[in-house]
Design a protein around this ligand. Structure first.
Ligand SMILES: [Mg+2]
Length: 251
């Protein structure tokens, strides 16, 4: 029997969250771990900050580009070893820098958890599962995300987005108008487009609003809005209050 609750659940937003530059910044602690892993495995001194513009690339893609920068032709084993060593070093490097959860993120996630349990939040990230877990554990965000789609190879971020959408569909109803990728780079917008999702772009990472706006995100912000405004955004997803019960008037 179709009850109003079930109808609303069918239209409930599904949010796919990027990590670096969107949920948090590690203040380059990840780079500290990366540079050390490169040194251990190749013997080369390496500075990821100056070598590669990393935002939006996946961990495996960064490994591939790192080897290219060093003039090394890697095989898949080399890439897996570099990423694996980085994953091992990352938990120890995170406390070395002054990273933080970005503005309004924790408040939005807490508000969603408290007031909108129908909204499902997942990770959609170029981090590996272990790298993502290390960061979200350190910044106490892991409990907001029951699952996610992660980097597993050097394939395009769009492939991660497709896996994320499949995962969300297995977990519950997904309405195509209510799928949103929240991210800080052109790569996030591209991967949202690849699955027909909307993008909330936020200029708290490696790209400015002027760089993100021309790519046509659904919405773009300097920082994520405070929770009330974020909920209003979600309510506007379906257009003209299509998913709203009539009694749910907002002041
Ligand atoms: Mg990012």
């Amino acid at each position: 029997m179709a009850t109003p609750a079930i109808t609303n659940q069918a239209f409930a937003p599904v949010l796919f969250w990027d990590i670096d530059g969107t949920l948090l910044t590690t203040d380059r602690a990840g780079m500290v771990a990366w540079n050390q892993a490169v040194k251990e495995l190749t013997g080369h001194d390496f500075d990821l900050k100056t070598a590669i513009r990393t935002p939006g690339f996946t961990d495996h893609q960064i490994a591939d580009r790192t080897y290219a920068f060093l003039g090394i032709q890697p095989d898949t084993g080399d890439i897996a070893r570099l990423v694996g060593r980085y994953e091992e070093l990352l938990p120890g490097s995170l406390p070395l820098r002054n990273g933080r959860v970005l503005d309004n993120v924790r408040e939005i996630l807490e508000t969603l958890q408290r007031e909108r349990p129908d909204v499902r939040s997942y990770l959609l990230t170029g981090n590996t599962r272990a790298g993502a877990a290390a960061k979200l554990t350190h910044y106490d965000l892991l409990h907001f995300f029951p699952e996610g789609a992660f980097c597993i190879d050097t394939g395009a971020r769009a492939g991660i987005a497709k896996r994320a959408l499949e995962m969300a569909r297995l977990a519950g109803p997904v309405h195509h108008e209510a799928v949103v990728v929240i991210g800080d780079t052109p790569h996030d917008i591209e991967c949202a487009n690849a699955i027909g999702a909307k993008t909330i772009a936020v200029a708290t990472g490696g790209y400015s609003l002027d760089e993100l706006q021309p790519l046509g995100p659904w919405r773009a912000f300097e920082v994520l809005p405070e929770p009330g405004s974020f909920l209003d955004l979600l309510d506007s997803l379906m257009g003209a209050g299509a998913a709203e019960p009539e009694s749910d008037a907002r002041a």
